[in-house]
Design a protein around this ligand. Structure first.
Ligand SMILES: Nc1ncnc2c1ncn2[C@@H]1O[C@H](COP(=O)(O)OP(=O)(O)OP(=O)(O)O)[C@@H](O)[C@H]1O
Ligand SMILES: [Mg+2]
Length: 310
């Protein structure tokens, strides 16, 4: 097994707050690992430690075989990091942005590389347009092109498609898969469940701690959660009634369907019992979704969080 990322027990503290707490992660080469977790849970901090921009307070490991603490320059050369906010210059043209990034990396054959990148993006005819005038989806594709210009082996993408429309997100993900098929490893943070499902595997972090790891199927199988779906007139409106019942972790309406889940099958059945006699509703046991599981894990992490971290 060849690991692109192999880090263990990473810790990052800001003052007295531990924002990343003994975080370990191994990702094989060529895999796309989704990095999920609530706001402020330490995703950006972890990504920055993995690419050598932040020094961990404890822990270590390797990235593409290079030591995380002592070999940071080598790691930076082999890694493409796309920041959470648009990192290019809005008042430079598309071509100028790519050339600028290429010069920062001291790349040879700069013109040829930029030409090829523009061609691949389908932006050759628009290369003189200011980057700031691009739509959100195109900006993100340009940012991705900029971070692969130096042909990295590892891509760290921090919420690359936030606020981008579904068609552009799909194009972005198709590109990520193309890179992975060529052997690139990708660690990508996201809040979107459909994107989590497009990853080979998932790491879920809450308040600095890794809470779940594996393929979507692994995570669903290991969740220990139970779920029911109700369909029929008014099913969606039961969400409000069930949400705070004992044994219910989450109850949500999806269109006209109700989805309810909890960690104990007997308690969950007990909670829905009063509504099962409604002849208009059809109840079915179902698999919990990733979203159910993440909401459940988030609740658990809060319960366990020591005061210092809250
Ligand atoms: N330079 C800093 N100084 C102090 N606290 C910081 C610093 N950077 C991050 N933090 C805190 O560390 C915690 C983790 O932040 P981080 O940005 O890594 O979370 P995140 O998972 O990326 O969140 P989001 O989903 O909102 O992007 C947050 O509580 C944040 O306020
Ligand atoms: Mg972040």
């Amino acid at each position: 097994m060849t690991l692109a990322i192999d880090v263990h027990d990473l810790v990052k503290r800001y003052g007295k707050r531990t924002v990343v707490d003994r975080f370990s992660l191994a990702v094989e080469r060529g895999r796309i690992c989704g990095f999920l977790g609530p706001n402020g849970s330490g995703k950006t901090t972890t990504l920055r430690m993995i690419c050598g921009l932040l020094t961990p307070d404890a822990g270590g490991g390797t990235c593409l075989g290079h030591d995380l603490v002592h070999d940071r320059e080598a790691i930076k050369r082999l890694t493409g990091y796309m920041t959470q906010r648009f990192g290019l210059y809005e008042d430079l043209t598309i071509r100028e942005n790519l050339e600028f990034v290429g010069r920062v990396y001291g790349l040879d054959r700069l013109k040829a590389r930029v030409d090829q990148s523009l061609e691949q993006l389908g932006l050759t005819t628009r290369q003189s347009q200011l980057a700031g005038s691009l739509s959100g989806g195109w900006k993100q594709r340009l940012a991705l092109a900029a971070c692969v210009l130096h042909e990295p082996k590892l891509l760290l993408l921090d919420e690359p498609t936030a606020g981008v429309d579904p068609k552009a997100r799909r194009a972005f993900w198709d590109e990520i898969h193309t890179y992975a098929a060529e052997g690139m490893t990708v660690l990508v943070s996201t809040h979107y469940m459909d994107e989590a499902e497009r990853c080979h595997e998932i790491a879920y972090i809450a308040y600095g701690e890794l809470m779940a790891r594996g393929t979507a199927e692994d995570i669903i199988r290991q969740s220990g959660l139970f779920a029911y779906i109700a369909t029929g007139p008014g099913a969606d409106r039961l969400a409000l009634k069930l949400r705070d019942e004992p044994g219910v972790t989450a109850a949500a309406a999806f269109g006209t369907t109700l989805h309810v889940c909890g960690p104990d099958r007997v308690d969950l059945k007990h909670a829905i019992e009063p509504f099962r006699s409604d002849p208009n509703l059809v109840w079915q046991e179902a698999e919990p979704t990733l979203e159910d599981i993440f909401i459940h894990l988030m609740g658990q992490a809060r319960d366990n969080a020591p005061g210092a971290k809250a």
